[in-house]
Design a protein. Structure first.
Ligand SMILES: [Ca+2]
Ligand SMILES: [Ca+2]
Ligand SMILES: [Ca+2]
Ligand SMILES: [Ca+2]
Length: 437
């Protein structure tokens, strides 16, 4: 009896002990589940805040696309800045970006057109980049050109990539993403990223703490990014001109239609339409020289030596409302001369340092930026030839912006980062790509 009781007691204690262990395990599980639940709720709140930041930017871009202020090229950017911070219930967002070599994080989306499009770069232009060599520049051009012929003296085509342990093929078409550069033979990720280890165009804490964490950085409060700080693959050219109206293709437009569209006389219209029919003609040719000096295709004789020069107003209309030929869908974007940093101009082909300096100081003096390309002719220290070259590669408005929006749950500090590429090269505004971190 005693033994049985003792047994029972032991059994009960054992059962109770097991029960206690089970209960403790269940409580621990419930605690972990609760923490996970709280964490995921915090992530949901942070996500919606980040998303609100992206939507605010899209709303500003759509409004500007539908109702542009043609006298103020910078209005969109101040509206972006106004919408760059906000709060939802229990959470907040910040939209920001960093500019290579400048301090901290600036409010608002990154203008993709403030960088040079990699798909427009020549060998000569590529060679100005730090760490660039002839063979890497050749390999980049081989990566994007459509053929399989290895560039001389040295480049890389399909054979080079097929001989790797993990073979792949070059795109043989324009790059879609700046990260794609890292696949090109001879390119190291460090060249592309510099201190911007996560390639989000934003100075993050781990990118400004020296060697404490990857990536290595110089802890100077500035994002010393690599090639990706001056190059992009995201900018897109479009056919929308001032007032978001489609531009007219100049080549093939009848002289009589030009008279009405530009407010010019018949001899001016004839020079423009005759010159535009030449395959090598560029819109910038009408800036390079006055109409009475534009030669005919066959010789050095002017088309019409008595054609009056275009007035500023006529030239503004010509450059704003016309394109030489129909742009291809998704063609590489042009550089925005209102927003490109001085450093990006250093890598722009054919632009002298003096002209770049003059452009930047004139721009700083104009709160509304350059409202039209024709205003480049007013920049002291920029020759007509330099103005024409700026017009060949540049624009005064942008189509594509990259919105990096960080949502933060106020109570837990949990963050969600959304990076959305938004595009108004056609209307309505499109979201091309979204990354979530
Ligand atoms: Ca190729
Ligand atoms: Ca970063
Ligand atoms: Ca670091
Ligand atoms: Ca730095």
């Amino acid at each position: 009896m005693t033994r049985a009781r003792a047994f029972t007691t032991v059994l009960v204690v054992w059962v109770i002990s097991l029960g206690a262990i089970a209960l403790a395990a269940m409580q621990a599980g419930a605690f972990r589940g609760g923490a996970a639940g709280r964490e995921s709720m915090a992530r949901v709140r942070a996500y919606w805040a980040a998303r609100a930041g992206v939507e605010e930017a899209i709303a500003r871009l759509a409004r500007d696309a539908e109702d542009p202020d043609e006298s103020d090229a910078m209005r969109l950017y101040s509206e972006f800045e106004d919408a760059a911070e906000g709060v939802l219930e229990g959470s907040s967002w910040t939209v920001g970006h960093s500019v290579r070599g400048q301090a901290g994080v600036l409010l608002g989306p990154q203008d993709a057109h403030s960088k040079l499009n990699i798909n427009t770069m020549t060998q000569e232009a590529l060679l100005k980049l730090p760490f660039m060599t002839d063979d890497v520049a050749g390999s980049i051009l081989d990566w994007t050109d459509s053929d399989d012929d290895v560039r001389l003296p040295i480049g890389a085509e399909v054979g080079q990539y097929q001989s790797l342990a993990y073979p792949y093929e070059p795109r043989n078409a324009p790059m879609r993403d700046i990260q794609e550069l890292e696949l090109v033979s001879g390119v190291l990720p460090d060249y592309v990223r510099g201190e911007d280890g996560n390639l989000n165009d934003r100075l993050d804490s781990e990118e400004d703490d020296g060697d404490a964490t990857w990536p290595t950085d110089n802890h100077n409060g500035k994002l010393d990014s690599g090639w990706a700080g001056v190059l992009t693959a995201s900018s897109i050219d479009g056919d929308l001109g001032p007032g978001a109206k489609p531009r007219t293709v100049l080549r093939g437009t009848r002289a009589s239609d030009l008279v009405a569209a530009l407010g010019i006389n018949e001899s001016q219209a004839r020079v423009i339409s005759t010159h535009a029919s030449a395959p090598s003609a560029k819109l910038s040719d009408f800036v390079r020289q006055d109409l009475n000096r534009i030669p005919s295709e066959t010789g050095n004789q002017p088309i019409d030596a008595r054609a009056p020069a275009l007035t500023r107003d006529q030239l503004t209309k010509l450059l704003g409302q016309f394109v030489m030929e129909e742009p291809e869908i998704g063609a590489p974007g042009r550089l925005n001369l209102n927003t490109c940093p001085a450093e990006v101009l250093e890598y722009a082909p054919g632009i002298s340092a003096a002209a770049a300096d003059a452009l930047i100081s004139e721009r700083q003096a104009r709160a509304t930026g350059f409202a039209s390309l024709a205003q480049l002719l007013d920049v002291p220290g920029v020759s007509r030839e330099q103005a024409a070259r700026l017009i060949d590669l540049g624009e005064v408005r942008s189509n594509v912006f990259i919105v990096n929006s960080v949502g933060t749950d106020e109570r837990t500090g949990v963050r969600v980062e959304l990076t959305a590429t938004i595009d108004r090269s056609t209307l309505p505004v499109l979201i091309r790509e979204v990354y979530i971190r």
